[in-house]
Design a protein around this ligand. Structure first.
Ligand code: NAD
Length: 248
């Protein structure tokens, strides 16, 4: 099995329609023991139970360093190692530049960028000790296009920041056997877009995508499993576009 004996943390993984849960399920199908980490209200324990026995749900806010470190400690106490971190949690706000308040900016950057850094800091010492590990960070096509369909410029900035963080960490931790890569999802049908786009608008967007459809959560899960596993053993610092050809 591709991920047998591997221990994977998926942040923001509790929403059953989200990219995190779909990825958690695929990681588990490939043999990983999966830790679903999410805000307490999202019921991470319930989501982990849906994966079956042997998986773990942890409540934590990834914008808080103390909670990130405590979560990593809990994983190490339970499983003794951390092989994979999928930094998936993120929030979006559809805003124009002039409408972004300081609080909006902080909220969006705190989850996507600060959360990605804090969770990485929490797991990296264990990965260094193991001399192995794979971190997959979630950016977005919004970082590349410079304009989001759903996120504002602060979201694009946060997701562009994730790419910089990914490359810098890849360079720093490559000698420790730790790979750090990013995915840039296109528009994927999850709760994040629910109620925000009319069917007509979705159709218009799809007609502009070479693969002629919005993405599915399983499209992202496959990309993450690739980056998390030894199939991508010689990839680090890369950006894997999963967008149906949106940028061609
Ligand atoms: P989602 O809203 O369904 O899931 C996000 C999860 O993050 C939720 O379970 C939420 O509870 C959790 N979360 C939010 N703040 C948190 C915090 N402070 N601590 C811990 N958990 C927190 O979103 P999704 O569509 O599944 O998106 C997942 C990721 O993919 C996000 O980073 C998003 O920006 C990115 N993305 C999504 C799309 C898309 O079209 N769906 C496109 C590009 C990028």
């Amino acid at each position: 099995m591709l991920l047998k004996e591997r221990v994977a943390i998926v942040t923001g993984g509790a929403g059953v329609n989200g990219l995190g849960f779909a990825t958690a399920r695929m990681l588990a199908e490939h043999g990983a023991r999966v830790v679903i980490l999410d805000l307490p209200g999202a019921n991470p324990a319930g989501a982990a139970a849906e994966l079956g026995a042997g998986h773990l749900g942890l409540a934590a806010d990834i914008t808080d360093k103390v909670q990130c470190d405590a979560a990593a400690r809990a994983v190490l106490e339970r499983y003794g190692r951390i092989d994979i971190l999928f930094n998936n949690a993120g929030i979006t706000q559809p805003r124009k530049t002039l409408d972004i308040s300081a609080a909006d900016y902080d909220a969006v950057l705190d989850v996507s960028l600060r959360g990605t850094l804090l969770m990485s800091q929490a797991v990296l010492p264990a990965m260094q000790q193991q001399q192995s590990g794979s971190i997959v960070n979630t950016s977005s096509v919004s970082a590349q296009r410079g304009g989001g369909i759903l996120g504002g410029p602060h979201y694009s900035a946060a997701k562009a920041g994730v790419l910089g963080l990914t490359r810098a960490m890849a360079r720093e931790f490559g000698p420790d056997g730790i790979r750090v890569n990013a995915i840039t999802p296109g528009l994927i049908a999850t709760d994040i877009i629910k109620g925000k786009l009319t069917e007509e608008r979705k159709g218009e967007i799809a007609s502009d995508i070479p693969l002629a459809r919005l993405g599915r959560a399983s499209d992202i899960a496959g990309a993450v499993v690739f980056l998390a596993s030894d199939l991508s053993a010689y990839c680090t610092g890369i950006t894997l576009d999963v967008n149906g050809g949106m940028l061609i």
